[in-house]
Design a protein around this ligand. Structure first.
Ligand SMILES: Cc1cc2nc3c(=O)[nH]c(=O)nc-3n(C[C@H](O)[C@H](O)[C@H](O)COP(=O)(O)O)c2cc1C
Length: 221
């Protein structure tokens, strides 16, 4: 196993959304992906149900078709109500940060097909089934039984010199992607798409975040 031997503190603080520093040329072996999955499988799931499945896509035609769906969803997102550019309450610094994120996200959307591997994590069950619509407990348990593993995968990847970025936009075309990859749509929910590639350079920094003092509560809100 070839790792960067980052400390736990470093890997937790420097695993960034990597978009512009992905090496589109360097091959990513299935062996290294499976190493990261072994680590991801140590993550918790509700009731230890382990209803997770991990679909890797390294076929170039399939990546191109999925990238197409992603790109359309990105264009719609940019002009829609959830677009970061729709938020006019931002101060100057936050606006500049937001602009950088959108610019970087546009680059990923434009180049997604070139990323050597996509990971599409799935969980058994669907939050859009009528029986659970409005049931926060069930919905939280479903998402909470896959995202810890996704983040562990991303951390393990980081320690192996791989860059990742958690994305959700392709879910606008989830059904189409399910058909393309034979994912049983009615019983398995895709929760995102993680592009995986070696990074150009391995030095990544801590991000600037809101101060904990604005976010933490003891005993009452
Ligand atoms: C739930 C979730 C969904 C996201 N969806 C996308 C996406 O569809 N496309 C994208 O480029 N980035 C996406 N991101 C990445 C965020 O933009 C990124 O994590 C954020 O800007 C902070 O950057 P950092 O991870 O480098 O600290 C998503 C992140 C999360 C947690």
């Amino acid at each position: 196993m070839n790792t960067l031997q980052l400390t736990a503190e470093d890997v937790l603080q420097t695993t960034r959304a990597v978009r512009k520093r992905l090496d589109f040329e360097r091959e990513v072996s299935r062996a290294v992906l499976l190493e990261c999955i072994e680590i991801a499988l140590q993550a918790p799931t509700g009731g230890n149900a382990q209803g997770w499945q991990f679909v890797f896509v390294d076929d170039a035609d399939k990546r191109a078709a999925i990238a197409d769906i992603y790109q359309k969803a990105f264009a719609e997102y940019l002009t829609g109500p959830f677009s970061p550019t729709a938020d006019d309450s931002l101060d100057e610094k936050s606006e500049a940060t937001q602009k950088r994120v959108v610019d970087s996200a546009q680059y990923l959307a434009d180049n997604l097909a070139k990323v050597p591997v996509f990971l599409i994590p799935c969980i058994a069950g669907r939050t859009d089934h009528e029986a659970v619509a409005g049931n926060t407990m069930v919905q939280s348990a479903l998402f909470g039984s896959i995202f810890p593993a996704v983040w562990s995968f991303m951390l393990a990847a980081r320690n192996r010199g791989l860059g990742t970025c958690l994305t959700t936009l392709h879910l606008a075309g989830e059904k189409e992607v399910a058909e393309m990859l034979n994912i049983p749509y009615d019983s398995m929910m895709q929760v995102g798409l993680i592009p995986v590639a070696y990074t150009l350079g391995t030095d990544f920094k801590k991000a600037s975040r809101k101060s904990a003092s604005l976010l933490v509560h003891f005993n009452q809100w």
